[in-house]
Write a protein that binds this ligand. Structure first.
Ligand code: MSP
Length: 505
C-alpha cells in the first residue's frame, strides 16, 4: 500500500484578494496532489482562508462591514480563483467554521492540560499586518522588518505557551528528521531561530473579540496564529474523528512562504509536541515573487492578478510557468516577458509543435492512423531516464526539476523528427516507425505533464486517439511501449499559439 500524501497551502488572510503570490503556492500544491493521485497514493489536498484576528477586524471596520461579511466575501473570491486555475483541492477550510472552532479549543486544551500554558502579562511591539510581536532589536528604524510600517505598543494580561521549554525537543526533532524543512537554507534559518533561544509566546488576547474563545478563561480569545495553524489538524478530523486523523497525520506536507517560516518551522512543531501529536512530515518553504524587485502588496499597487495572465496564457500556460520557473527557496522576480519566452520555448515551439507536426505527418503519410512504436526505438532509453527523473522531481517536491526532465523527452522527440524528416519520406514502414515513436512520446508526456497541465494533457490524449484519460493510465502507464497503434490521430487547432514578445516603450 502506498504512503498517504496530505498536502496543504497556508490559509490566506481575507483582507486581501488573491494575487499571483498566493496562486504560485496553490498551483504548486495542486500539481503535487495531482502527481500523487496519478501515482496511486491516497491523497488529500487542503487549502482555505484565515478569517480571525485584528487585521481582519480592522479591515472589515474600514470597509463598513462585519468581519464575517468580510470573510464571506473574500473567501468566495479565493474559491473563484482556485476554480479558474483548475485547483483540485479536496477541502476548503474556513477558520470561522464550527468544526475548526471546536478543534482549536480541543487542541489548545490539550496543551493546557499537558501543563505547557501559563498565565502572564505581555507588552511589546505589534505589527498588525503580520499579526506578530517583534522585539526592539528586530525593528528597522522603529518599523516592522517585513512591512516597513510602524508597529503598535500593546500591553495585555494573557496566556502564554511555554515555547522556551521546547528548545531541546525541537533540536532533537530536527536532528531526527534531517529533511523536515526544505530547501536546506530554510532549514538552517529555522535552526538558527531555535538556537538563538526561544521565549514563551502569548497565545490569547482580551483586547479583541474576533477570535476563538479560550475554553478555560472567558473573555480571552486565541491569538490568530494559534487558531490558524491548527487548521491543518482540523481538516483531517482532529478531536472529532480519531480514525480519520490517524489515517492522514503526520503524513502532512505544508507549503509556505518565507515570511511565515518562524510560525511553521518553530512554533507549529512545538505546539504539536506539546499537544502530544507528531509534528508535520515536511515543511517546504518558498521565497517571494517580486514585481520590479519588490514584494507585491496592496499598498504598493503592484499586485498582479491570476485572471489577467490566464487571459493571455491560458490556464495551463499560467500553471506551467509558475511550476517551471519558480523553484522553491529563493525569491523570484516575476516578469511578463520571461513568461512569454518560456511559453514560446517550451509550450508553443516544443510540445505544441511536436503534436502538430505528428498530427500533420500522420494525416498526410499514414492516412490519419497512428502507427505503434518500436520496442527498440532510440527514444525508449531517453523516455526511461526522463520517467525516472520526473518521478524523483515530483517526489522531492521540486516541480521545476520534474518538468525539466519531462521536457527533455519532448525535445528529444522533436530532434528525432528533425533528424529523420518524415515529412520528406514516402509513406511506408520508415515513416511509420518514426511516427509511432513520436506518438508514444506524446502519450508518455501526456501522462507525466498532467499534474502541471491537466486540460492540455487530456486533449493530447484524445487527439492521438486514446480512450479514457492520462489520469486513468497513471504513472504506472508511462513506461515505453503503451501506444497501441491503429488509432485515429486528429490535428485540431494549435495547442499553444505563439505569442509576440511585448514591445518595450
Ligand atoms: N494567514 C497566514 C497564514 C496562516 S497558515 C496557518 C498568512 N496569510 S497571507 O495571506 O498573508 O499569506 C499566505 C501565503 O502567501 C504566505 O505563504 C505568503 O508567503 C504567501 N505570499 C504572499 N505574497 C507573496 C508573494 N508576493 N510571493 C509569494 N508568496 C507570497 O500569512
Amino acid at each position: 500500500m502506498s504512503e498517504p500524501f496530505y498536502i496543504t497551502t497556508p490559509i490566506y488572510y481575507v483582507n486581501d484578494v488573491p494575487h499571483i503570490g498566493h496562486a504560485y503556492t496553490t498551483v504548486t500544491a495542486d500539481a503535487l496532489a495531482r502527481w500523487h493521485r496519478l501515482a496511486g497514493d491516497p491523497t488529500f489536498f487542503l487549502t482555505g482562508t484565515d478569517e480571525h484576528g485584528l487585521k481582519i477586524q480592522r479591515s472589515a471596520e474600514a470597509n463598513g462591514i462585519t468581519p464575517l461579511e468580510q470573510a464571506d466575501q473574500t473567501s468566495a473570491r479565493f474559491k473563484e480563483v482556485w476554480e479558474l486555475l483548475n485547483i483540485s483541492n479536496d477541502d476548503f477550510i474556513r477558520t470561522t467554521e464550527p468544526r475548526h472552532i471546536g478543534s482549536v479549543q480541543k487542541f489548545m486544551q490539550a496543551i493546557f492540560d499537558n501543563g505547557w500554558i501559563r498565565k502572564g502579562s505581555y507588552s511589546g511591539h505589534y505589527c498588525v499586518p503580520c499579526e506578530a510581536y517583534f522585539n526592539e532589536a528586530d525593528l528597522v528604524d522603529g518599523n516592522c522588518p517585513i512591512h516597513g510600517r510602524p508597529v503598535e505598543w500593546f500591553e495585555e494580561d494573557n496566556w502564554f505557551f511555554e515555547l522556551s521549554k521546547f528548545e531541546q525537543p525541537l533540536l532533537d526533532w530536527y536532528a531526527a528528521n534531517p529533511d523536515c524543512v526544505q530547501p536546506e537554507g530554510k532549514r538552517n534559518e529555522a535552526l538558527g531561530i531555535i538556537k538563538q533561544g526561544l521565549e514563551d509566546v502569548s497565545v490569547s488576547r482580551t483586547s479583541i473579540s474576533w477570535g476563538v474563545p479560550v475554553p478555560w478563561d472567558e473573555g480571552h480569545v486565541f491569538y490568530v496564529w494559534y487558531d490558524a495553524l491548527i487548521n491543518y489538524a482540523t481538516a483531517v478530523g482532529y478531536g472529532d474523528d480519531p480514525e480519520r486523523f490517524a489515517e492522514w497525520w503526520p503524513q502532512v506536507r505544508h507549503l509556505l512562504g518565507k515570511d511565515i517560516l518562524r510560525f511553521h518551522c518553530v512554533y507549529w512543531p512545538a505546539m504539536c509536541l506539546a499537544a502530544g501529536i507528531e509534528p508535520p512530515k515536511k515543511l517546504a518553504v518558498h521565497g517571494f515573487l517580486l514585481v520590479g524587485g519588490e514584494k507585491m502588496s496592496k499598498t504598493s499597487l503592484n499586485q498582479i492578478f491570476p485572471a489577467d495572465l490566464v487571459s493571455d496564457f491560458g490556464v495551463d500556460g499560467f500553471r506551467y510557468h509558475f511550476l517551471r520557473d519558480n523553484p522553491f527557496g529563493p525569491d523570484g522576480d516575476f516578469s511578463y516577458e520571461s513568461m512569454v519566452t518560456r511559453y514560446n520555448a517550451d509550450l508553443a515551439n516544443n510540445l505544441g509543435n511536436l503534436l502538430s507536426r505528428v498530427a500533420t505527418v500522420v494525416e498526410k503519410k499514414c492516412e490519419g492512423v497512428g502507427p505503434a512504436p518500436a520496442v527498440d526505438s532510440p527514444l525508449a532509453a531517453i523516455a526511461a531516464q526522463s520517467l525516472t527523473d520526473t518521478i524523483a522531481g515530483w517526489n522531492n517536491m521540486t516541480p521545476s526539476i520534474a518538468l525539466e526532465a519531462t521536457w527533455r523527452l519532448v525535445g528529444a522527440a522533436n530532434a528525432h523528427l528533425e533528424a529523420n524528416e518524415p515529412w520528406k519520406m514516402e509513406p511506408g514502414p520508415a515513416v511509420d516507425a518514426v511516427m509511432g515513436d513520436a506518438l508514444e512520446v506524446l502519450r508518455i508526456v501526456a501522462i507525466l505533464a498532467t499534474p502541471a497541465m491537466p486540460v492540455t494533457c487530456a486533449e493530447i490524449w484524445k487527439r492521438i486517439g486514446l480512450s479514457g484519460s492520462p489520469v486513468d493510465a497513471g504513472v504506472a502507464g508511462a513506461a515505453w511501449g503503451g501506444y497501441p497503434g491503429g488509432r485515429p490521430v486528429v490535428k485540431g487547432d494549435g495547442l499553444f499559439p505563439r505569442m509576440a514578445k511585448p514591445s518595450v516603450g
